[in-house]
Write a protein that binds this ligand. Sequence first.
Ligand code: TXA
Ligand code: MG
Length: 347
Amino acid sequence: METKRYIIDDINLSIEQLRRKIEITEAASRLRAGDLVAFPTETVYGLGAVVTSEEAIARIFEAKGRPSDNPLIIHIGKKEQIYEWAQLVSKQAERLIDAFWPGPLTLVLPHRDHIAKNVTAGLPTVAIRMPAHPIALALLQETGIPVAAPSANRSGKPSPTSASHVWDDLQGRIDILLDGGRSGIGVESTVIDMTGEVPVLLRPGGITLAQLEGVVGKVETDPGLINDSQTPRSPGMKYRHYAPSGEMTIVSGNGEFLQDLVDQARAEGKKTGILTTSENVDKYRADVIIPCGDRKEPVTVAKHLYASLRQFDDRGVEVIFAESFPETGVFHSVMNRLRKAANGKIV
Ligand code: TXA
Ligand code: MG
């Protein structure tokens, strides 16, 4: 299959103007016909197919090499579409929607039965969000039907934060790539389960726990997120995700300890890499040293995280040592993704 790549760089256009662009109208009609379209969102790039076609959804799993027991997030272009696809939208859910949509927050709710079964991996619930990126919104509004979209990477690779990442992973496996430059936030949306009395955080992401609690009060955290011996309630969180090819270790000690580990690996003849931030980049010696944002501005670390992990692969690094971060605010999701990339290995 030939993948068409359309560059859309006039994102200062209004949603209405974007909807009339030929690239968007073509992508929307191809989606409605059951094709696969990758598009930018404010978090990471998504790989979309309409939620009404079981065959189209099956092609997403095939293109990504994704296990079929891992359900997809559905994306809507207008808030009121949620009532068509989810039921029991509680007062608390409404408050979260008012506060954070469009934006990087995904709500898990019971679904109405007309969604393709493979979107939800047979679960009684559906994960749903309204993204904030203008190209995503224009595409979704023009399509009219919700679009299921996992991150547009091959399964197990770091999520794509630029169109080139999508191209590298999925070229020839999808129909259209809408290239809208770099995505903004850099980590995926926050996933919150709204099916019980108390909301439960299933995946930390673009909206922090403190922001959520500011709107709905107490939010529990899925024990499976913290405790390795418990299965996470969000099926996707059990996989070793976001993984670079090199073997990664998170180092919670100081810089000297990290350097000692690097020196040992180098003595064994390994090609070494260090994931650090701009403040510390000059302190280390290794084959590849990547500054990932600025520790004083956590959002910059999130923004550059996945591109940094991909760079270690591009440069053939065999062992990677990553500095650790405090588990609060934006760093909460950074550490969650790092732990997955390191398969839980922290020293
Ligand atoms: O920011 C994002 O959310 C991006 C962009 C493209 O929107 N999408 C994304 O999708 O990260 P994906 O498929 O990579 O991650 C979806 C996560 C997985 O961990 C999955 O298990 C969980 O959401 N999920 C989906 N449906 C669920 C459900 N019904 N119950 C619990 N977890 C669910
Ligand atoms: Mg993903």
